[in-house]
Design a protein around this ligand. Sequence first.
Ligand code: UTP
Length: 290
Amino acid sequence: MKITKAVIPAAGLGTRVLPATKAMPKEMLPIVDKPSIQYIVEEAVNSGITDILIITNRGKGIIEDHFDKTPLLEEALSRSNKMDLLKSIENIHNMANISYIRQIETKGLGHAVSRAKTFVGDEPFVVMYGDDVIIGDVPATKELIDAYGEFGKGVLGVKKVDAKDIYKYSSLQVENIHDNVYKCTDMIEKPQTDNEVMSLYSVQGRCILPPEIFDILENTKPGAGGEIQLTDAMRELATTVGMTAVEYSGNRYDMGNKLGILKASIDVGLKHNEVKDGLKEYIKELAKTL
Ligand code: UTP
């Protein structure tokens, strides 16, 4: 079945980047000249997604404004013949059919995804974590969709993390099938002890889920941190019907983390036509003083 729907949970509190996120959603923090959520929507569109549901909450209305049409601004840019700038904004509102729903209480990623039940209906769908920007030659979501086509099971976008960091993430039991594709048969969210660590592979920002996940989520009790964890619901799929894990090729930037934000700006800046030369010079000079 063709996958055309994506859900972007963007209702987290963003406490790791306070005070920046006191009034500004972390999903709107820019990487050079685009808010991070625009990179995510572009990845979706470049992977064949046509319908997107963004899960928001109080104070995130600015995300809706960003994906709306802005006739006054467009007219002003056109009048002053700023055609490059006009081009950079005029398609933002019609990249995809984007709708919004609020997660009234911040009860965790699993709870946020459960809000998408009506939107999703009876189809497999992509979940794209709203604070994980992935940049690469091939869109990560496309790599996951290809693996769904190959095996017809839920797919996890994974990366290997440092041993010292696995306690902050999920840990997966995996077995290689071929190349960067693995079979996943179990997982745990935020392992507490070395014994609980199944591998250093962790779900990082993307997954494809079958609609059966909604029934599972309804019966998922709060887990790590007292939140309804998506990992706990996906574990049920992994241990019963099995899931596929794909180590996607792009670089992941955690926009909910101060260092992640800085790394994203530097890496994207070094490839951005307008600023790359100046930034390279600046970094070289700066490096001499470090
Ligand atoms: P995070 O745990 O990174 O988001 O969730 P957070 O709660 O904003 O992080 P802190 O406060 O800095 O620790 C991963 C993704 O799930 C969304 C977040 O917006 C983020 O995109 N999320 C999380 C929700 O939509 N709702 C929730 O209740 C929790």
